[in-house]
Design a protein around this ligand. Structure first.
Ligand SMILES: Nc1ncnc2c1ncn2[C@@H]1O[C@H](COP(=O)(O)OP(=O)(O)O)[C@@H](O)[C@H]1O
Ligand SMILES: [Mg+2]
Length: 333
């Protein structure tokens, strides 16, 4: 048997955000699906307290800063790092910034794209500038006391069901469908448990369709097949992770809708400045208009997640997708 010259790839999972468990699963999914003919994975785990640990869960040092320093030594010996950390202190650009400073090739969007896309309100403002629609919304830009919430709700002009959500969260944490005004105050206070800014959006009926995009090492944008999520009201945490999510891949769209969702994916990826894979989540209104919901710069990456499925249906396996993403990152450095 010949000696294989494997490239070491660090994969990070876990993290301090509410999406800790999902980030662990994404990281493990990536580590398990790296091409064994090309790569050797080095899994690092960030505990809920922010302490970096090895694959067995053994903490590298007793504090976040000391363990981070140890982790950086390990990561610096790898060819690249894949920070599979969703949400806060990961996807929001924090880890991208760390690796930019340390000049370590990271398979991820850079700081700017991560932090902009993490902010659902700003993402929609940028989309609007590009002529891409979104749900009508109202921003609560600072934390409100229960009394102020009551006054706000009293004055709120009710026009129909709404969705209340934290501006910067993920995995549907704090996202509540509100059918009647009587339940609005409670939804707002529960969203404020996750963030100090909250948006109230019109509930968009119709369909929910996602699509993914990445730039490959030749500089070409690779747009996946679209995927439809069949949801009851909203695609909640339990639907995402505790059941068998009901997806149709590829989503059945008119040519015009398909073209439009591809354009939206390309525009958002480009104006945000994404690198690596991003998942662009859209709605199709009852009248057929495709609008943007949000952009995920570190989308779920377990083998059951949407992104691997969207590419697999087009013949790019999860393993080959990871190889392409790593090649694109190494090419840039
Ligand atoms: N304005 C809306 N109208 C209808 N459904 C919505 C709306 N906003 C969110 N949802 C539903 O809630 C889910 C989670 O909301 P989303 O904004 O994607 O937050 P997260 O970042 O937690 O995934 C979406 O996948 C969708 O099913
Ligand atoms: Mg979402």
């Amino acid at each position: 048997m010949s000696e294989k010259n494997l490239q070491k790839i660090a994969v990070i999972g876990g993290g301090v955000s509410s999406e800790h468990d999902i980030s662990y699963k994404s990281g493990k999914g990536i580590a398990a699906n790296l091409d064994p003919e090309l790569f050797e994975s080095v899994f690092l785990y960030i505990t809920r307290e922010g302490i970096w640990a090895d694959d067995t869960g053994k903490e590298l040092a007793p504090t976040p800063s000391l363990s981070l320093a140890k982790a950086l030594e390990i990561i610096a010996e790898c060819a690249a790092v894949i920070p599979a950390v969703h949400g806060r202190h990961g996807e929001d650009g924090a880890l991208a910034a760390l690796f930019e400073l340390a000049q370590i090739p990271a398979v991820s969007s850079p700081l700017r794209a991560g932090s902009l896309a993490m902010d659902k309100w700003v993402t929609k403002l940028m989309a609007a500038e590009m002529g891409i629609g979104g749900a009508d919304d109202l921003l609560l830009s600072e934390k409100l006391s229960p009394e102020t919430i009551d006054i706000f709700v009293e004055e709120f002009e009710w026009e129909g069901p709404v969705v209340v959500k934290p501006v910067a969260e993920g995995s549907s944490f704090g996202v509540v469908f509100v059918e009647s005004k009587a339940d609005l105050a409670e939804a707002i206070s529960s969203a404020f448990q996750f963030d100090d800014r909250v948006i109230i959006e019109e509930f968009v009926g119709g369909r929910e369709v996602d699509i993914s995009v990445f730039r490959d090492s030749d500089g070409n944008l690779r747009i996946s097949a679209p995927l439809e999520i069949h949801r009851d009201k909203i695609f909640g945490f339990d639907d995402k992770y505790h059941g068998e999510p009901n997806f149709t891949v590829p989503a059945i769209l008119t040519d015009e809708q398909h073209q439009r969702i591809r354009e939206i994916a390309e525009s958002m990826y480009t104006i945000l400045g994404c690198i690596g894979v991003a998942r662009v989540d859209c709605f199709i209104r009852e009248d057929g208009e495709v609008i943007l919901n949000e952009v995920n710069t570190m989308p779920g990456m377990t083998e059951f997640s949407q992104v691997p499925r969207m590419y697999a249906i087009e013949g790019l396996s999860y393993t080959d997708l990871l190889t392409e993403l790593i090649a694109a990152t190494l090419e840039k450095h």
